[in-house]
Design a protein around this ligand. Structure first.
Ligand SMILES: [Zn+2]
Length: 78
């Protein structure tokens, strides 16, 4: 590697430690090391559930756990 070549940046996708691919025609670096990583990264973003949806589901679980706990405690006290 000569001094003129800039260090390639790492692949944008998490869990990927490979350097970005270089466009042989333009000499510019891509955001990802491969087209596969680019697709997987995009897919991961699409698959992420909506935060509000996830939050309400977690809230329901906590509420349910609290209700069932208090229910058994009452039975035990009586
Ligand atoms: Zn990659």
């Amino acid at each position: 590697m000569s001094m003129m070549d800039p260090m390639p940046e790492m692949c944008t996708r998490e869990c990927c430690a490979r350097p970005c691919a270089k466009n042989p025609r333009t000499g510019e670096y891509h955001k990802f090391c491969s087209l596969r990583c680019s697709r997987m990264h995009k897919q991961r973003l699409d698959d992420e559930p909506l935060p509000s949806k996830e939050h309400s589901f977690a809230f329901f679980i906590v509420l349910y756990a609290k209700l069932s706990k208090s229910g058994t405690r009452k039975e035990r006290d009586n």
